[in-house]
Design a protein around this ligand. Sequence first.
Ligand SMILES: [Zn+2]
Length: 283
Amino acid sequence: MTDQLQRFLFDDYQIRGEIANADHSFKEIIKNHDFSPEVAKIVGELLVATTLLTAMLKFEGKIAVQIQGDGPLKMAVINADQNLQVRGTARVEGDTTGLSFTQIVGKGNMMITITPDNGERYQGIVDLQEESLSACIENYFEQSEQLPTQVILHANSTQAAGILIQTLPATSENHEEDFQHVCALANTAKEEELYTLTAEDLLYRLYHQETVRLFDKQPITFKCSCSKERCLTSLASITPEEILEIIKERGAIEMHCEYCANDYRFEVSDLQILLGDEHNQQH
Ligand SMILES: [Zn+2]
């Protein structure tokens, strides 16, 4: 029972929650990279955090959560859509062995970009001044939506999982107490339990004294959106002269997808549409 996200709701409190775990999708993301265990942990946590944040997609669209800093981890990003199709990549320079989250990311920020299929793009930014990724995300909700939120994230080099507990916008009188109570119980979940238990079992283990409504499972799958067509679109931004220059030097245009490690190769015959008349003039 891995690679899925499940939302839940407390009947007696104005609180919602989500449980997510990633196994195959996480392995697909890291298999094309040579990440240290420390970096893999951050990428895994970022993956789970991004799936938990897809609840912000109230429409068809995409979400990207990116961290960038001046530490050895220059950049890490996870892309997801409303169907929980995910991909991700990271850029690391230097040794990260034994370093903490703060040491690995350094000073920087976390950027959440929401791109609806129809509508305007939204971007939120928060400083990476906390000691963990989960604290950065809690901070983001505190600042941007004033919604008390607790995020628990765990990852090693092969598995990643997490829980999100969040106040609903309309709250009752005893709300703060309720929220503390629910969070305190969530905090008793062990890393191993998050990796191995089903959402039903985990919720029973944490909240058997509460009435919790669990929604349908949503599968998390790895999917890269790169394609030959998308490569051609990006090649359209350079001039035919430049394209021909590169082909003259290297025999073809080669493009590499950082996310899935797919290689694309274009020869003159593949680029007729882009080269058009310019190319014919050369002959
Ligand atoms: Zn790709």
